[in-house]
Design a protein around this ligand. Sequence first.
Ligand SMILES: NC(=O)c1ccc[n+]([C@@H]2O[C@H](COP(=O)([O-])OP(=O)(O)OC[C@H]3O[C@@H](n4cnc5c(N)ncnc54)[C@H](OP(=O)(O)O)[C@@H]3O)[C@@H](O)[C@H]2O)c1
Length: 249
Amino acid sequence: MVGRPTASALSQRGHQVAILSRGGTAGPAGTESFQGDLTTGAGLDKALAGVDCVVDCANVATMSRSTAVRWFSATTTLLGRLASEAGVKHHVVLSIVGVDKVPLGYYAGKLAQEQAAMHGPVPATVLRATQFHEFAGQTMDQLRFGRFALVPQMMTQPVAAAEVGRALAEVVEDGPRGRVPDIAGPRPERLPDLARQLSRARGDRRTVIPVRLPGRTGRAINSPAILPGPDAVLRGPTFAEWLPSATKP
Ligand SMILES: NC(=O)c1ccc[n+]([C@@H]2O[C@H](COP(=O)([O-])OP(=O)(O)OC[C@H]3O[C@@H](n4cnc5c(N)ncnc54)[C@H](OP(=O)(O)O)[C@@H]3O)[C@@H](O)[C@H]2O)c1
């Protein structure tokens, strides 16, 4: 979701971009793709040859705390080691606003990833972003039962993945900075409302059913704890402004 716009932004700014994924999927025009796996290190030697900076936009789909912590710690540590051996000078990690405030298992994994990069052998930058505008669609597609989509009752201040890609390109050019100001969209929203707007715009007639997650986690994701603080950099478009571009055939 965010890897492709990041590759585009870097390429448009004149950088040579090498993309690594297990599928080896072709990226935007002008970029080079490599097949590899961050869990085993396979293929990383070729992808990292001659590279100055790595931007980690990999992901694992899990809500399990132990799986997330294990996966993000292991892949980030391995990437840091192999990048260091290849002479890489900057390790950029994309994290999420609120990972230290909201007790989601996945967020524990992202926090572990931040720490693995910060304590790794390559000087690092961590940029935290809020959910992307695309997140409403990702959630609806994951929790779909026939024409029903279960969507957590969650507050969010979403930002377009394309804007996060541009911000990551700027972070690359700025060099290692540790933790930099968070990036977020222009206004707070409720995730089920976004899902309904998306479903209407796509004309897929899905019924969105808001689901309240239990306990402390449910309360935290449905509260301002998950929203950006006053120091965040806010970037448009709003979800409503972005929507037409998302449903273009
Ligand atoms: N989605 C959001 O709203 C959001 C908001 C803030 C931050 N983030 C963070 O942004 C990052 C990217 O999220 P996303 O939504 O763009 O993810 P995504 O669409 O699921 O993309 C993940 C990418 O990682 C690659 N990948 C997965 N496992 C891999 C492995 N073992 N080795 C190499 N490549 C692997 C996948 O390609 P293959 O399957 O071909 O390997 C895919 O290209 C995540 O770290 C996430 O926490 C996401």
